[in-house]
Design a protein around this ligand. Structure first.
Ligand code: HEM
Length: 487
């Protein structure tokens, strides 16, 4: 009764809760997708719940994704939500610790290093990292064994990303001190830090020490490179060192250093969670792992030559594995924005006031039977054009209006409005790492398939549950799989 009285007539329905401050924090936090589904059935696509004392309005479905992710800069703001977590981890003056227009320029600089030519050079680097990892790691000695796959994929992700994006010098330091320092940085991303980011707690002290130390490692590298320009590789750091803002100011060294941290951190959780899910899904469907192996034999020849960037395009099932895994296991389940001016929801009587936070959950439409037949089934073959489970977005590609392209300052991006499948987001904050992540994940999968056969330890087709305790969802651990070396 009380909740009905406190809700203004043009605000969306409020999810029932007993305690005003806690609200639905616990039920949401334990399993966000189930929370969204349950309340969508009860209240419709737009509803409000209390998250840590804050009125949080969810708008699910393609219209909701568009409303929030393509919201105008005068209406919605990401930095107000995320800066408390990201600034102590990345450092000052980058990403959310600067005006949005500056972030758009920074995204443009970072994108310059993510070209087809760069990807061509990354595939052999990633391949070598993967094969040498499996050769030297004790858990993969012998012909077969059981392993918790999550920490292994986290290591492979950081080795491949740091080597490809930041060069061999930096990669080599991950065998020594950088892995521990990045681990300490990571602690800054625990959800509790939305409230306690400022507190002099042990994990925050370690985070701050790690930030200063890692930033210094990059700053020293920049200095060394400036002193020896002739030996410079044309990598991400090179491009950032040669970039200037529209006002003519060259990107300062401390910002380059902080962007290097941001780039590696942005991709680490999403890519390592996705690769772990892929391995777990393959263990639950050894038949698909075999299909992948046969696909490589047919497309590349039975000697399986070293992989190239061009080869990846010849492996549609290998690509579909990544696509289908991101459909069911998108690591970012909730994307939030502060509301800066009252926002009427088109076609409804609702107006979202400025004391609400908006929450987009693209995973809801990616698992909606309206778009994806048998939505809960992991079936990579559904991305083939004439499979019975082919999603309607593949059968009826988005019309031109829906697929509108827009430039927010970092190159043309698809607005994504109308698409029920947005694992990389949409709008001005859309991911710039999508192509890199695809190249990285597809190369890892192709190499793993050449080396191993996987199955579940008990031989079943079961799949482990999801851990939602941190900002990025990932498999619950231990996530054990049985591996067997391919002869
Ligand atoms: C933004 C997903 C990998 C860099 C985003 C967003 C999503 C996303 C959903 C939008 C966030 C928002 O709207 O608030 C993913 C997934 C990945 C992945 C699923 C892998 C499977 C990467 C990688 C990099 C990267 C490898 C770097 C090389 C970024 C950056 C942003 C971003 C810089 C922009 C943040 C902003 O503008 O606010 N990503 N990402 N991502 N991602 Fe990724």
């Amino acid at each position: 009764m009380q909740q009905v009285l406190f809700k203004k007539p043009n605000e969306p329905p409020m999810v029932f809760h007993l305690f005003p401050l806690i609200g639905s924090t616990i039920t949401y936090g334990m399993d966000p997708p189930t929370f969204f589904d349950k309340n969508r059935k009860k209240y419709g696509d737009v509803f409000t719940f209390i998250l840590l004392g804050k009125k949080t309005t969810v708008y699910v479905g393609p219209k909701g994704n568009d409303f929030i992710l393509n919201g105008k800069i005068k209406d919605v703001c990401a930095e107000e939500i995320y800066t408390v977590l990201t600034t102590p981890v990345f450092g000052k003056d980058v990403v959310y610790d600067c005006p949005n227009s500056k972030l758009m320029e920074q995204k443009k600089f970072m994108k310059i290093a993510l070209t087809t030519e760069a990807f061509r050079s990354y595939v052999p680097i990633i391949s070598d990292e993967v094969t040498s990892y499996f050769k030297r790691t004790p858990d993969f000695k012998g012909q077969s064994g059981v392993v918790n796959i999550c920490p292994k994929m986290a290591q492979i992700t950081i080795f491949t990303a740091s080597h490809a994006l930041q060069g061999k010098d930096i990669r080599d330091q991950f065998d020594e001190k950088l892995a521990d320092l990045y681990h300490d940085l990571d602690m800054g991303f625990s959800p509790i830090n939305f409230m306690l980011h400022w507190a002099p707690l042990p994990w925050n002290n370690r985070r701050d020490h790690a930030q200063r130390t890692v930033a210094k490692i990059y700053m020293d590298t920049i200095k060394r490179r400036r002193a020896n320009p002739e030996t410079e590789a044309q990598d991400m750091m090179f491009h950032l060192m040669n970039s200037s803002y529209k006002n003519g100011v060259q990107v300062p060294d401390h910002e380059i250093s902080h962007m290097m941290i941001a780039l590696l951190m942005a991709g680490q959780h999403s890519s390592s969670s996705t690769s772990a899910w892929i391995m777990l899904r393959l263990a639950s469907r050894p038949d698909i792992m075999e299909d992948l192996y046969q696909e490589q034999i047919h497309a590349l020849g039975k000697d399986l030559p070293p992989l190239t960037y061009e080869d990846l395009a010849k492996l549609p099932l290998n690509q579909a594995i990544v696509k289908e895994t991101l459909r069911l296991h998108a690591p970012i389940h909730s994307i939030m924005r502060a509301v800066k001016s009252p926002m009427p929801v088109p076609g409804t009587k609702y107006v979202i006031p400025t004391d609400h936070v908006l929450l987009a959950a693209p995973g809801v439409s990616a698992t909606d039977s309206q778009y994806f037949p048998e939505p809960d089934l992991w079936e990579p073959h559904r991305w083939e054009p004439d499979h019975p489970l082919t999603p309607s977005i593949v059968r009826n590609p988005l019309n031109e209006e829906d697929d509108e392209k827009i430039d927010y300052g970092y190159g043309l991006v698809s607005k994504g409005a109308g698409s029920p499948y947005l694992p990389f987001g949409a709008g001005r904050h859309r991911c710039i790492g999508e192509q890199f992540a695809n190249v990285q994940l597809q190369t890892i999968v192709a190499e793993v398939v050449r080396l191993f056969k996987f199955r579940n330890v008990d031989g079943s087709d079961k799949v482990i549950g999801t851990d939602y305790a941190s900002l990025f969802s990932r498999p619950l651990e231990p996530a054990n799989i049985y591996w067997e070396r391919r002869n």
